[in-house]
Ligand binder design. Structure first.
Ligand code: ADP
Ligand code: MG
Length: 399
């Protein structure tokens, strides 16, 4: 099929022909519908289905230009996404959609439709709780991350993977938006309520101790190829229903610190928690669940990593203290990166709905302060024990 030899952007008409003639997923005589369902600002996502049989497929296509700003962005990210989804699907089949097809000319990824699961950020904003979440997400993290480390794969395979998953342009975005600009607004892209300008100046731009800690986290993000991480594990990349979770959208994947993924999960749960404290404080059911989940994820993650590491390398050097040290440092990283995730989502330009949906400044101003303070506490106290009661006090002070 010559017409698909070179990249062009699909639309709801051409995508139907594509899934029939290129993917042979539907027969030419079938009546099919297509809809663009992307909600991100980067790629195009189509759902194509036969309304009679219910059979469906998801087609995700990358564009050379970012949807939001029109800026060019490395297309190799699309191959990385296809490759890591296949790896994660092998390691944790329950949690990752099946990849049917990857087209390197069209930059198209065709995968299983997981529409039965709903965007977890939106669900939590609506007050929905998922009792199984901490168990499922901790399994996903331990099962997809630990087996990609040097403690499981050979030195040569590891180095080949590090090379294959170099994702410089997407990492560059995180290095600026997560680890630099919230503390040093050198590109003038931060978006801050005028009432919080002085607060941000004092607590983020002028705190030298915080800068040192964030610099260490940034340096570790850039120079610690520990595991093949998802790289963007916020609650909009997690889909959930009463039976379980699915994880999608790993186009920021690269070899980096494990705690960056677990930290994104914890950071986003913290934002959801703080949001509810300010917008629906009487919903104790939700607040109890989310606090318990944060604690439980940390406990389960530690124990699942410890168990997994028992099967790892026979290298005698690593046998005793090292594995405990390794696990401890993942926990410290998790808290640190949870903190940087929260802060960048409040002051940076990629805000989350937990922030933007709160329109009344009387609520939003103190809520943002509480989130920032929670982030700072997590970063500064990550080497000591993190106490949810301390976080509750921080939130209550701003209320
Ligand atoms: P982007 O890279 O643009 O952020 P995502 O991978 O997050 O794209 O997908 C955008 C949206 O498309 C998701 O929020 C989800 O609603 C939908 N989507 C993506 N993949 C699937 C899938 N496999 N099944 C069902 N819906 C999907
Ligand atoms: Mg997305």
């Amino acid at each position: 099929m010559n017409k698909y030899n070179e990249h062009f952007l699909l639309d709801t008409e051409s995508v139907k022909d594509y899934v029939v003639s290129k993917l042979n997923y539907f027969k030419p005589e079938e009546n099919i519908d297509a809809q663009e369902i992307g909600d991100g600002n980067i790629n195009y996502v189509f759902k194509v289905w036969n309304p009679l049989t219910g059979k469906s497929i998801i087609v995700k296509q990358a564009d050379k230009l970012l949807r939001s700003s029109g800026r060019p962005l490395d297309m190799y990210r699309n191959r990385i996404e296809a490759e890591i989804l296949k790896i994660q699907r092998n390691l944790a089949p329950e949690y990752v959609p099946e990849i049917y097809f990857y087209d390197e000319n069209m930059y198209v990824l065709a995968m299983e439709d997981i529409s039965e699961f709903k965007n977890m950020r939106t669900e939590m904003l609506n007050g929905k709780i998922f009792a199984h979440f901490s168990d499922n997400v901790s399994t996903f993290l331990a099962d997809t991350l630990i087996p990609t480390t040097d403690l499981f794969i050979s030195r040569s395979e590891k180095k080949n993977n590090v090379k294959k998953f170099m994702n410089p342009e997407l990492c560059d975005i995180s290095e600026d938006l997560v680890f630099t600009e919230p503390y040093w607004d050198y590109k003038k892209r931060n978006i801050i309520l005028k009432e919080n300008l002085d607060f941000v100046k004092e607590n983020l731009y002028d705190d030298k101790v915080l800068h040192f800690e964030v610099a260490k986290l940034r340096d570790r993000f850039m120079n610690y190829p520990q595991a093949l991480i998802h790289g963007d594990l916020h609650s909009g990349s997690i889909f959930a229903n009463d039976s379980g979770i699915k994880i999608i959208d790993p186009e920021f994947a690269f070899y980096g610190p494990i705690g960056y993924d677990s930290g994104n999960v914890i950071g986003n749960l913290c934002m959801s928690w703080v949001n509810k404290e300010f917008t629906d404080a009487s919903n104790q059911h939700f607040i109890d669940w989310i606090k318990a989940s944060i604690l439980d994820i940390m406990i389960k993650l530690e124990s699942k990593i410890t168990t997994k590491l028992k099967e790892s390398t026979e290298n005698g050097l690593y046998k005793y203290s090292f594995k405990q040290f390794y696990t401890n440092s993942i926990i410290e990283d998790t808290y640190g990166y949870a903190g940087t995730e929260i802060i960048r989502r409040v002051v940076g330009d990629s805000k989350v709905k937990e922030v933007t949906s709160v329109e009344d400044p009387v609520t939003r101003i103190p809520m943002e302060r509480a989130m920032i303070k929670v982030g700072i506490y997590l970063i500064k106290n990550r080497y000591n024990s993190i106490d949810l009661n301390d976080l509750q006090k921080i939130i209550n002070v701003e209320k």
